[in-house]
Design a binder for this molecule. Structure first.
Ligand code: ATP
Length: 344
């Protein structure tokens, strides 16, 4: 098939297994973000895709061809890695044309391609500038253009925006996504920033301890996390223990009906996003709790409630501000459709 396929990839460093049995398909033209905490194996996986490291076992295919043992320069890749900085002594144009020049492409053709790429990254007219005179965001755009100069089959970026300040970073995320969509190039980005992943990706691949925990569209990862790690890692959530028997479920000391609990599961965890926690008057089947803290962040209001010895957080918009004060008894209403039932 067209695109990238990783088959049962394992990477060991001595006794330590950094990547465990990774299976992943990246269809042609899609944007995938590898996301996970520090040390989870994102960069190791990316380096194997790039050919900078060999897998201990497993196979990598690009457009149906096995590239597991193909050296990096023959893989048709564009790469923006933190360690691959621009050449400081060259101009913007010379940096972008670098890989065209070493492939023996003529001067005229080089200039045409550089102009095309400069227009694409909104830096028309910058060809003769020394890269030292560029801002951080401009430099990053030049690095992206340089990687795309040869029209690669696969575009790989490892933490490409991490050196930029928060505002510029957000703007560049949108730019990078728009550029990728315009070019329709298969792209993989490593990031530890979930907002960045959610902004850019068709598929977010959440990793932990060398394993893929879930690979799905951003909204699916947020609304239907596969396990408690993913639920907790992506956005804010309440992880609430429950017990169940044939008569129903007990959540924080209160019977709750309508939860989609698989037959035979005696206990587990509900993941409930704070925006799905509704505060009501006590009674009427609601879970009983007491308000312990209210945090007004301007754009949202967080209400902390203690229920059954656990803390539950509710988030509301200012126009739906719950009329509660610290110490007040409240009810917590959960809509079963908003509760993701997970194993502990
Ligand atoms: P970060 O977000 O901090 O960059 P990461 O998810 O990219 O982390 P990796 O760099 O892939 O993580 O590292 C995964 C694990 O493999 C880490 O425990 C790391 O120490 C280990 N590791 C990586 N490269 C080597 C190596 N060459 N030799 C030994 N261990 C390594």
């Amino acid at each position: 098939m067209s695109g990238l396929t990783l088959q049962n990839i394992v990477k060991q460093f001595g006794q330590f297994t950094a990547v465990k049995n990774v299976e992943l398909t990246v269809p042609h033209g899609t944007f995938v973000c590898l996301l996970g905490p520090s040390g989870c194996g994102k960069t190791t996986l990316m380096r194997m895709v790039a050919g900078l490291d060999l897998p201990t076992s497993g196979a990598i295919q690009l457009d149906g061809k096995d590239i597991t043992n193909v050296p990096t320069h023959k893989r048709d890749l564009g790469m923006v890695f933190q360690s691959l900085a621009l050449f400081p002594h060259l101009t913007v144009g010379e940096n972008i044309a670098y890989s065209l020049r070493i492939r023996g492409i003529g001067k005229e053709e080089q200039k045409k391609r550089v102009d095309e790429l400069l227009s694409m990254i909104h830096l028309t007219g910058y060809a003769d500038r020394p890269v030292a005179k560029l801002s951080g965001g401009q430099r990053q755009r030049v690095a992206i253009a340089r990687a795309l100069a040869i029209s690669p089959k696969l575009f790989l970026l490892d933490e490409p925006l991490s050196a930029l300040d928060a505002k510029l970073r957000e703007a560049m995320q949108v730019e990078l996504r728009q550029l990728q969509q315009r070019l329709g190039i298969t792209t993989i980005v490593v990031t530890h920033d979930q907002r960045e992943a959610m902004t850019m990706a068709d598929t977010v691949v959440v990793m932990n301890s060398g394993e893929i925990r879930q690979a799905a569209a951003p909204v699916e990862i947020y609304r239907r996390p596969a396990d408690t790690f993913v639920a907790d890692f992506i956005g804010m959530t309440n992880l609430i223990d429950f017990s169940a028997d044939s008569t129903g479920a007990n959540v924080l000391g209160t019977p709750v009906t309508g939860l989609a609990i698989p037959a035979g599961l005696k206990s587990g965890v509900l993941s409930v996003r704070p925006e799905d926690v509704h505060l009501t008057a006590p009674g009427n089947g609601a879970i009983s709790g007491t308000v312990t803290f209210v945090r007004d962040l301007g754009g949202t209001i967080e209400t902390f409630v203690e229920a059954g010895g656990k803390q539950v957080v509710a988030v509301s918009m200012p126009n739906a501000r719950p009329d509660v004060t610290v110490g007040q008894a409240v009810g917590i209403q959960l809509n079963p459709a908003d509760c993701v039932v997970l194993k502990s």
